[in-house]
Structures are given as structure tokens and as C-alpha cells.
Design a binder for this molecule. Structure first.
Ligand code: AGP
Length: 592
């Protein structure tokens, strides 16, 4: 998913665009570019690679422009090359445009444009938009954009400007995120809030189907028919430091060590009964959890808690599957959509389709003002602050804190159960204080090409999450599996070269997982186990044992996931990989 940014004001735009692009880089980082209004012309600079390549190529150039747009790319259409990098210009070179999303019918538009004699240069879908706007231009950029929109199908957020109307930038949101930043004599737009934090805290999150007309003096927002809309701005309290590395080598490592504090912050928000939902969870026939990736794994943990403390059946479904399934959903269902970004297309659209069928939609989101939070009937926020590392860590733990708080919120022993949760941040600190021990173990597995992660009950989703972390940042193939399922197939993978990570806190299934461990050892599997610290049996059985402090059965995922995050981190860091921006990934997946 790409990152786009725009600035119009009194300051040198190039510096503002580059700083904002660096903060958007986690959204996509295969190429980047800027377009500036320089001496009445469009100055264009695009580079393959990280933003630093663009900075290097702009170094020493005198650029006094106070208007411009910028882009960092995550390729969806067309290879990684300068021609396909954004911004894209129209044939006359008078319009420059940056885009995030996918124009699904771009081939038809391209063929239409070519039939009009347009020289279509790149392999991208984006170029189609700027040619359309140029064709529809009759002296008013906003009109030209509004006239072009009906031809576009898909998800898009784009920004366009022309030297014909100096100082004016028009932006559009439909399916991909776009926020407006309000300043004094200057205004901004960007794909997300952290990009604008150095410049303003007054933000207007745009909704799908909105167009923004930006000048240094003002901001006007319209719907796709050109009707003026009145929108309130929100004041964002995230501090800019939270979007910095804070002395850590990587954002991911910093965010791992932030977990005790942000989990405590999140729990605080759910201690009082103020947030209580205006309905009884027991009134629903079923709770349907929809999410992707790490958020899906949090949903799986939430299932165990909701079934245990509420007693309503819970189904957890991959959002990309639920979206097009014939799963009967209706008024008697509570749909919980979990998404740190609140912009993941699969999760948004699967949740919206369930809502259209009459379900109550509750979302658990980290990003204030994000689309999912505005489209849901109710939203519960995690207070993790901005998460920059592409691999989700602190937002997972905060999602667990919200799910546990929700699950016990209407339970007779709610206060006692929340008191248990209040112990977690301190126990997490204890686990993280032993990170060097995890590092020592991790460095013994850097040459491995495959790993198996096993867990039962609440530890099964933790095993899935551990495997995902390793895959995402170290590119080592890893599979998470219910330990009881292993003997039905994956056990065939096990030999003296296969490390098997087993998550085995002393809980109701402990004896069962010990038998699974015996099965692994019988096939000479290399056992790395994770359990409560005084567990002598696991220590004896394992090649490497990682102990976490004792806690109640329900809360073990908060503690057992931390060493798995660190394990993956230390391996990827040792391999010299780009931990914060792993290949082929993006932080927010806004296309299907
Ligand atoms: C996790 O580390 C990944 N970044 C990815 O799987 C992520 O969890 C998924 O894309 C869902 O993102 P969301 O929580 O923002 O919806």
C-alpha cells in the first residue's frame, strides 16, 4: 500500500514532503518521488529504492517551491522501476498526480485514452487517472476531478495539482485512507496521521466518497457530486516521540519493549464502566470475529475468553474469506472487526457486508479516525500509539487487553478478573528483562530454513503469531499448528533438522502437550519450549527452554508471545534484514 502526501503553504515544500514520506515509508518502499511547482513548471524527481535514494538525488538542488505532492510506492501494477514510480504526469506535463489503491478498470480506461491519441507511458493503473483529469480540464481542477471520478472503479486515494492553478491541490478518498492536516497559512494531506505529526495535530480524516480542495488559505470538502460538506477536525494526542525510534535499533524492538506501558494504558481505558456497551453480549446468538494477519490471531485468543466468560459461540474468520462466503449473518450476530490500522480493505469490507445484513458491528482499532472506526456501530480503541514497524507487536498485546476486558465486562466476577489483568504489565516487564537470554537462544537458529510452532488452547493462536513473526521478518518458513493436529500430518516434517517451538504454559492442556512433545522428541525434533519459569519437566525435555513468570491460565498469551516476538527479531537482525520494512510487505493493506 502506498503512501501519499501533499503540501501547499509558505514553506519550502520539498523538505516537508520528504519528512512526511519518511514517516509513510512503512506503507511501501520500493520507489518514491515528488512533484513540485517550480517556476511555473512541474519539477519531477522519482527514484527506485528507499526514500534515502530520493533524498540523495535531490541533494544540492535549489527547490524553492511551496507546493508539491509526494509518494512512496508498494507496487501493485507494473514492476519496480522509475517509469512506474509516482508522481505521474499527463501528456502535456501540466498535471501531476500521486495515488494509493487500485483502479480495477484501468485497462479499459487506458485503451480509451490510447484511442484518444494519448501516449500511455507506464505499466501502472495510476497513469489513467491523470490523463482523464487532463482530458476533462476546462480551467477548474476540482471540476475536472469530479468529472473524471465516475469513470474510476476500485479503491483509490489520490492528489493532483497543476501549474495552471498555483497553490491548489485536490485530493480524493474512495476506499484508501486520506487525512487532511490543518495549519496556519498552510495545509497538508497524507495517507495517515503519523506523517503529519511534525507539522500539525489538527486533522480531518476524510470519508470514502469525499474530495478535498486545498489551498494555503483554506480547505473545502465536497462529496462526489460537488456538494460542499462540513467536517469537524480532530485533535491528535499522539506525541511525535512515539513515532521515533527512541534509541532502539529498530522500531520493532522499541515497540516490543513498549508493550508493558501501552498495555497498561489500554487496560486503564477499560477499568471504569464508562465504556460499557449498551447491550448484553449474551443477547447475541453468535459472535463473529473478522480480521487479518496478527489481528486474526488476537481474535482467536479472544474466542477462548469470550466463550469462557460470556458463553456465546464465537467464530473467527479470515476477513478475506468472510467477504465472499455465503455465511448466514444477521441481526442476532455481533460482528467484531479487529484491525490496528482500521484501514485493512479485507477487514473493512467483510465487516461492512455483515453490517449490511443486519449484524451489530463492533470494531477494535488502534488508529483514531480510521475508516473502520467511523463505519462501525461501536469502536473500542487500543492505546498502543503509532506502530511503525510493519510486523505488529504492541498492537497485538493491546488487542488482547481489549478483548479480555470485553469478555469479562459483564461477568459477575468482573472486578476480580480485571484485577488479574492489572498484574500483566509488570509480568511483561519481567519477561522483557530477560531478552538477552532469548537472544542467545535465537542466534543458535539463524541458519534454519524451516520451523514448526505448536500450541494448544490459548497457546495455539500464540504459536500461529510466533510463526507469522518469524516468516514476516526473517523470511524463514515457519508453520503454526495446533499441537494435537501435528500427528495428523506435520509430524512427517520432523527430524533432527527441524526446530519445533512449543508454547506450553501449565494450563488445562499441559499434560496433552507434554505427550505431543514426546512425539516430537521421538522423531529427534529439536525442541525449543516456552513455559512457566519453574517448569523442570520442560527444562529437562528441551534443547532450549524459555521461562515466563507464572500467571493465571487465561492470561498466559500476554507473556508467552513476547519471547516469540524477540526470537524472530534477533534472528532477522542477525541476518542483517530490514526488520522494520520487510520485503514485499506493507503496514496497512488497503487493497483486496
Ligand atoms: C502483522 O505483523 C502484519 N503486519 C499483518 O499481518 C497485519 O496484522 C494485517 O495486515 C492486519 O493489519 P490490521 O491489524 O491493520 O488490519
Amino acid at each position: 500500500m502506498c503512501g501519499i502526501v501533499g503540501y501547499t503553504g509558505g514553506k519550502k515544500a520539498v523538505f516537508i514532503l520528504l519528512e512526511a514520506l519518511e514517516r509513510l515509508e512503512y506503507r511501501g518502499y520500493d520507489s518514491s518521488g515528488v512533484a513540485l511547482l517550480e517556476n511555473g513548471q512541474i519539477f519531477l524527481e522519482k527514484k527506485v529504492g528507499k526514500i534515502r535514494e530520493l533524498v540523495r538525488s535531490l541533494w544540492g538542488k535549489t527547490l524553492n517551491s511551496t507546493v508539491g505532492i509526494g509518494h512512496t510506492r508498494w507496487a501493485t501494477h507494473g514492476g519496480v522501476c522509475e517509469l512506474n514510480a509516482h508522481p505521474h504526469l499527463d501528456q502535456t506535463g501540466r498535471f501531476a498526480l500521486v495515488h494509493n489503491g487500485i483502479i480495477e478498470n484501468y485497462r479499459e480506461i487506458r485503451d480509451f485514452l490510447i484511442s484518444k491519441g494519448i501516449d500511455y507511458k507506464s505499466e501502472t493503473d495510476t497513469e489513467a487517472i491523470v490523463h482523464l483529469i487532463s482530458l476533462n480540464y476546462e480551467g477548474d481542477l476540482l471540476r475536472a476531478v469530479l468529472k473524471s471520478l465516475p469513470m474510476l472503479r476500485g479503491a483509490y486515494a489520490f492528489a493532483v495539482f497543476t501549474p495552471l492553478e498555483p497553490g491548489r491541490i485536490v485530493g480524493v478518498r474512495y476506499g484508501s485512507p486520506l487525512v487532511v492536516g490543518l495549519g496556519e497559512g498552510e495545509n497538508f494531506l497524507a495517507s495517515d496521521i503519523p506523517a503529519l505529526l511534525p507539522f500539525t495535530r489538527n486533522i480531518i480524516p476524510l470519508d470514502d466518497g469525499e474530495v478535498v480542495d486545498l489551498t494555503p488559505e483554506g480547505v473545502s470538502i465536497y462529496d462526489f457530486e460537488g456538494n460542499l460538506k462540513v467536517k469537524d477536525s480532530i485533535r491528535v494526542h499522539w506525541d511525535i516521540i512515539s513515532a521515533e525510534k527512541g534509541g532502539f535499533k529498530h522500531f520493532m524492538l522499541k515497540e516490543i519493549f513498549e508493550q508493558p506501558r501501552v498495555v497498561a494504558d489500554t487496560i486503564k481505558g477499560y477499568l471504569s464502566r464508562d465504556y460499557e456497551l449498551p447491550f448484553s453480549l449474551k443477547d447475541f446468538r453468535r459472535i463473529l470475529i473478522t480480521a487479518c494477519g496478527t489481528s486474526y490471531h488476537a481474535g482467536l485468543v479472544g474466542k477462548y475468553w469470550l466463550e469462557r466468560f460470556v458463553g456465546v459461540p464465537v467464530e473467527v474468520v479470515y476477513a478475506s474469506e468472510l467477504r465472499y462466503a455465503d455465511t448466514p449473518v444477521g441481526r442476532e450476530d455481533l460482528v467484531i472487526a479487529i484491525s490496528q490500522s482500521g484501514e485493512t480493505a479485507d477487514t473493512r469490507f467483510s465487516a461492512l457486508s455483515a453490517k449490511e445484513k443486519g449484524a451489530t458491528l463492533l470494531s477494535i482499532v488502534n488508529v483514531m479516525g480510521s475508516a473502520l472506526s467511523r463505519e462501525s456501530d461501536y469502536t473500542l480503541y487500543t492505546h498502543a500509539g503509532p506502530e511503525i514497524g510493519v510486523a505488529a507487536t504492541k498492537t497485538f498485546s493491546c488487542q488482547l487487553a481489549v478483548l479480555y476486558s470485553l469478555a469479562v465486562s459483564q461477568h459477575p466476577q468482573r472486578n476480580e478478573l480485571m484485577d488479574e489483568l492489572l498484574k500483566v504489565p509488570h509480568l511483561m516487564e519481567e519477561v522483557l528483562s530477560r531478552s538477552e537470554g532469548v537472544k542467545e537462544i535465537a542466534l543458535r537458529y539463524t541458519s534454519k530454513k524451516n520451523m514448526l510452532y505448536l500450541g494448544r488452547h490459548l497457546s495455539y493462536p500464540v504459536a500461529l503469531e510466533g510463526a507469522l513473526k518469524l516468516k514476516e521478518i526473517s523470511y524463514i518458513h515457519a508453520e503454526g499448528y495446533p499441537a494435537g493436529e501435528m500427528k495428523h500430518g506435520p509430524i512427517a516434517l520432523i527430524d533432527e533438522n527441524m526446530p519445533v517451538v512449543v508454547v506450553a504454559p501449565r494450563d488445562r492442556v499441559y499434560e496433552k502437550i507434554i505427550s505431543n512433545i514426546e512425539e516430537v522428541l521421538a522423531r529427534k525434533g529439536v525442541l525449543i519450549s516456552l513455559g512457566f519459569e519453574e517448569d523442570k519437566k520442560l527444562t529437562q525435555l528441551s534443547k532450549d527452554f524459555i521461562g515466563v513468570p507464572q500467571c493465571s491460565e487465561e492470561l498466559s498469551p500476554f507473556l508467552t508471545v513476547l519471547p516469540l516476538q524477540l526470537f524472530a527479531y534477533y534472528i532477522a537482525d542477525y541476518l542483517g534484514l530490514d526488520v522494520d520494512q520487510p520485503r514485499n510487505l506493507a503496514k496497512t493493506v488497503t487493497v483486496e
